[in-house]
Design a binder for this molecule. Sequence first.
Ligand code: ATP
Ligand code: MG
Length: 230
Amino acid sequence: AAAPCRGDIVFNNVSFGYSPDKMILRDLSFTVPSGKTVAIVGGSGSGKSTIVRLLYRFYDPLKGGISIGGVPLNVLQLDDYRRNVGVVPQDCVLFNDNVRYNIQYGNTAATQEDIIRAAKLADIHEAIEAFPDGYDTLVGERGQMLSGGEKQRIALARAVLKDAPILLYDEATSSLDSLTEHNILEALNTVSAGKTSIFIAHRLSTIMDADEILVLANGSIAERGTHKQL
Ligand code: ATP
Ligand code: MG
């Protein structure tokens, strides 16, 4: 049975550290309303990617809890839950296989047409076509044949194809040229429509359209508001 992964995402007094003597997140509380987009900004090491890892359940909070639609994450069956989450990590590790496999991953029903549509939305289709073997091009160990930006857009295409109700996007700091950046922002706006989304952002442009922006400092929220308010 599909997990009931609709509704608001709620962080309720979440504390977490990779070791108990060094807390990274402290009493963190925020809500991402169902279907809305919340952006999280903050300095390097402030815990942004850690929030994404907790949401994808690589770790559990040490204190407090995370829930979706009122259901605590940790009571949901892990595979079921993860089927509801599209995640584009900051450091995407791809599988040592071809581009098609890396986009299709786990989505066995997807057709070649579906894969191309997702790649176009993620603004990576043209780059793939220019690879020596197109969609059959091998990406190498951990995707080392590709640039950071290409890897992230392939991960975005995978998330687009997955079409899950929850979307997590952890923006890589690696510099994108402004045309690529513009195209990715358009893609993100399209893809996140109607999804409950969290965007970790470094660039101001990424967060322009977010419904709310959280500024993370010392493991808790220092400021919050819309782009206009901040
Ligand atoms: P950036 O903007 O550079 O991506 P971030 O806000 O995403 O930074 P995190 O990756 O969440 O930061 O890391 C928060 C803190 O936790 C950092 O001090 C980091 O060194 C530490 N940390 C991250 N991952 C681990 C880990 N697996 N084990 C121990 N410490 C970790
Ligand atoms: Mg990070």
